[in-house]
Design a binder for this molecule. Sequence first.
Ligand code: MCA
Ligand code: AMP
Length: 492
Amino acid sequence: MSVLFPAVAARSDRPALRCGADSLTYGELARAAGALAARLDGVERVAVWATPTARTAVAVVAALLAGVPAVPLNPRTGERELAHILGDSAPGAVLAGAEDTLPEGLAKLPRIDVEPDATGPAPGAGTGGGTREKDIDPESPALIVYTSGTTGPPKGVLLSRRAVAASLDALAEAWAWTSDDVLVHALPLFHVHGLVLGILGPLRRGGEVRHLGAFSVEGVARELGAGGGTVLFGVPTMYHRLADALSHDEGLVRALAGARLLVSGSAALPVRDHERIAAATGRTVVERYGMSETLMNTSVRPGGEPRPGTVGTPLPGVDLRLVDEDGSVLGAYDGETVGEVQVRGPNLFSGYLNRPEATAEAFDGDWFRTGDMAVREADGTVRLVGRRATDLIKSGGYKIGAGEIENALLDHPGVREAAVTGEPDPDLGERIVAWVVPADASAPPAGTELADHVAGLLAPHKRPRAVRYLDALPRNDMGKVLKKALPAAGRT
Ligand code: MCA
Ligand code: AMP
């Protein structure tokens, strides 16, 4: 396979990335990542403390140059989730910035400091251990990204070099994404959206990425348009906040109007936000649809007819079909017939780490079952209409399993029973609601206490945003919780 990052191999003087005060040209990135890659000799798998900084980009590029699979870690991960990820992925070392304070859970691992201004051998000329990047098996894992399911702890998604390259190249074709583009974003760097699309994407194209460190309307307004940014990536919550600001922020209007491409993904962007942005700026937001397991499947094509509420047509190389509950393939292109989306193509993952049964269940032959329900329009445009599992919540673009939060809540001494649901939220898309039967009805644990408890065990984005107390959970004759009956039953 050819190298993943031709511009890194060429060590050009063009800007590669900027994050806060740190900026690196391709030559500087090649030297820093090359030096780090040389230190990964003998490491089988490496964890990356994925702060929203240039160091994360250097660390991941180094791992890819060395052919060592990288496991990006959310730096805010709580103790239980971190212990699970480390136990499951068994990294041989952790890459982190020298100034990062790592939690107890990581203390046992050898630590390798990431130095963005280090210098090392030219990538491609052998990386310390003598591995030439072009000799690395394209099927070998590049990244292991953890993603939530309905129950149980998150699963490690094995993403090969082949899948990463195929998906990024398909997007480049669909979006005319080139080395002239300057991508602006503020996405977290431990998921596919921010890391694969948002960092590896521009680096594969030889273009520039500017990461804002944290999302802010001001940051977007500053970097896009007159600031030189040409493309914006974001989750719907970010576009919602931009849409809110457009009515009183002329600078933001100019910045969005001047961008070449505005892309939203990870969850559905409500039509109202599409319309508000289009009305204020004259620009339409392009939606694309993907998953950790599949990378990108479909996209609306820029320049074509705007299709708010849809995720466009399959990307080059991706086959997509709709399947009925009984397993029969649906041929309808009528905008009405609903089926589960199944996909196949070079963009697909290689399986879940250590989970052969879960991997087998996820596939029907070589078709991956996404769990997303959709209809197709006459022209092949896909419109997502829901998910098969109601126990998967998308909040702020993060996928969160109800089961893992319920388990965490049940570990609190003040909780006797717990159920978790997602409720519509104008900002987050869905917000996590915890339905709790307190151990002592006269002294229920405070909502903030339960939120802190979940944030500490799992991650802050998994914390309940509302807690409702009940005397008992509604259950059927079999004792199964009736989640649909919960809204009528609760009190705050
Ligand atoms: C709040 N915080 C807490 C607590 N409460 N920390 C500890 N304990 C607590 N109880 C902290 C947070 O850490 C954070 O700190 C701050 O308070 C606010 O956090 P939060 O409430 O989560 O912020 P938010 O306003 O809800 O964030 C909105 C957001 C975020 C910025 C849009 O949801 C986001 O970044 N979403 C991106 C999700 C994403 O990338 N998904 C991709 C996966 P501080 O302020 O210091 O940070 S999907 C995917 O990859 C597929 C392939 C696809 O299709 O894209
Ligand atoms: P994750 O597992 O976190 O990678 O999330 C993948 C899921 O996000 C998909 O299965 C979809 O349900 C959802 N998703 C991604 N992009 C979109 C989009 N543009 N519109 C609606 N849902 C989306």
